[in-house]
Design a protein around this ligand. Structure first.
Ligand SMILES: Cc1cc2nc3c(=O)[nH]c(=O)nc-3n(C[C@H](O)[C@H](O)[C@H](O)COP(=O)(O)OP(=O)(O)OC[C@H]3O[C@@H](n4cnc5c(N)ncnc54)[C@H](O)[C@@H]3O)c2cc1C
Length: 375
């Protein structure tokens, strides 16, 4: 039978239905139809199975797949069921196309809808290339030539966490390599062998936290002295902790594992000695680079390029224009009046998601003061 594209299907009660992506198989005297049931806007509900002898009268038999039999498919997109018979195993096999369907209302989506409701214009994806501070209004240039004039700007361009330039690094990110060391990350490797890379306080704190969770920790430090960049109170605790081995003058030179990290190769840069160590978690604390290069020399930044705000701005970086304004920088305001910074790109930020969101919200309060909005 040929169906013309766009034919309106009806169900057995005569109601119009949306026919989409199902398939059929004939077994003995029966035709079996495998359909796609979704909730409004697409999330998976079930793969229903109907049976007919004449392709006219259909009887519902069961669901081949449902949220009861496969609860992990909640909010997934499950499309185009196909069933074939495998004569060798004498089993029927169901194939579906599975997509991680976005939930109907994510936080992102809710925030975007709210912003649009209040009149925000979005440029996405779009890259800021400069902020021109010479005019009465701040001039923001976007890649592609779009210019925006604004009375205030909040910079929240984040930072890139540094990684090690070794093969398979990307493969094991989120499969054994971590840039944070909280309960969440430690849960997957508690009581196992792990390595922490880095010689500053964040690495030391991570090593102690991991050891407190029963991990056997190799603390891998490129320099020859662990005390060079780490506070002495941490060094003292680390060297007396039997679960932590400090590997000074050492670098990680290879990663091994199948689908997740299983071991690392460490090379001593002085002796050349190599050792392969079991490793279920590699915690990398070798710093981050702020995405602030596009600001060029206009704004006060620290030695690593993180943007200084409010009390962190040295007096010598506050020029004559501040005196003319008759005020100092507001919370989260940079050395450029009306330009604010929040989140990972900011000097002194704690590099956590909740902190970044909180800083952004607080910066908005300062923007209101600058543009004279009554709260
Ligand atoms: C692998 C990893 C795991 C993490 N896990 C956790 C965790 O479990 N818990 C936690 O609290 N924190 C975690 N963090 C830290 C957390 O992600 C950050 O602290 C947070 O995302 C910072 O938010 P932000 O808005 O400042 O920057 P980002 O989230 O980095 O956002 C900056 C945005 O600005 C864009 N951008 C950069 N330059 C430009 C430009 N010139 N023009 C336009 N756009 C630009 C970037 O593309 C990016 O979209 C993790 C970070 C990493 C890398």
């Amino acid at each position: 039978m040929t169906f013309i594209n766009g034919t309106q299907f009806i169900n057995t009660a005569g109601d119009a239905v949306h026919g989409h992506g199902g398939s059929m198989i004939k077994v003995g005297g029966y035709y079996y139809w495998f359909g796609e049931n979704t909730y409004p806007n697409g999330p998976f509900a079930s793969i229903p199975v109907y049976r007919s002898t004449d392709l006219h009268t259909w009887e519902f038999r069961n669901s081949a797949l449902s949220l009861t039999s496969a609860p992990e498919l909640r909010n997934a997109g499950v499309w185009r069921p196909r069933v074939i018979y495998n004569a060798r195993t004498q089993q029927y096999v169901l194939f579906v196309r599975k997509e991680n369907y976005p939930s109907p209302m994510t936080e992102n989506k809710a925030a975007s809808i709210q912003a649009l409701k209040f009149g925000a214009r979005m440029y996405f994806p779009s890259k800021v290339t400069t902020v021109d501070t010479s005019g009465e209004r701040l001039g923001i240039s976007l890649f592609g030539g779009i210019e925006i004039l604004a009375r205030a700007v909040i910079i929240a361009t984040g930072a890139h966490y540094r990684s090690l330039p070794i093969a398979r690094w990307g493969e094991f990110e989120n499969a054994g390599i971590y840039y944070a060391c909280t309960e969440l990350e430690v849960r997957s490797c508690a009581g196992r062998e792990v390595a922490v890379v880095g010689g500053a306080n964040s690495a030391g704190q991570a090593a102690l936290f991991l050891s407190s969770r029963g991990c056997t920790v190799d603390l891998v430090v490129r320099g020859e002295d662990i005390g060079a960049r780490m506070s002495s109170y941490l060094v003292n605790r680390i060297v007396s902790d039997p679960m932590i081995s400090v590997r000074a003058s050492t670098e990680i030179t290879a990663l091994e594992g199948d689908t997740s990290l299983e071991s690392v190769r460490m090379t001593n840069s002085v002796t050349g000695e190599e050792a392969v160590k079991p490793c279920r978690g590699l915690f990398c604390f070798i710093g981050a680079d702020p995405a602030s290069g596009w600001l060029y020399g206009d704004c006060s930044v620290d030695g690593n390029g993180f943007i200084r705000t409010d009390a962190h701005i040295p007096t010598e970086d506050l020029g004559q224009h501040w005196q003319n304004l008759g005020r100092g920088p507001l919370p989260f305001e940079t050395s450029i009046p009306g330009v604010f910074a929040a989140g990972d790109v900011r000097h002194g930020s704690i590099k956590r998601a909740a902190a970044a969101v909180g800083e952004g919200a607080s910066a908005v309060s300062s923007v209101h003061q600058v543009v004279g909005v009554r709260l």
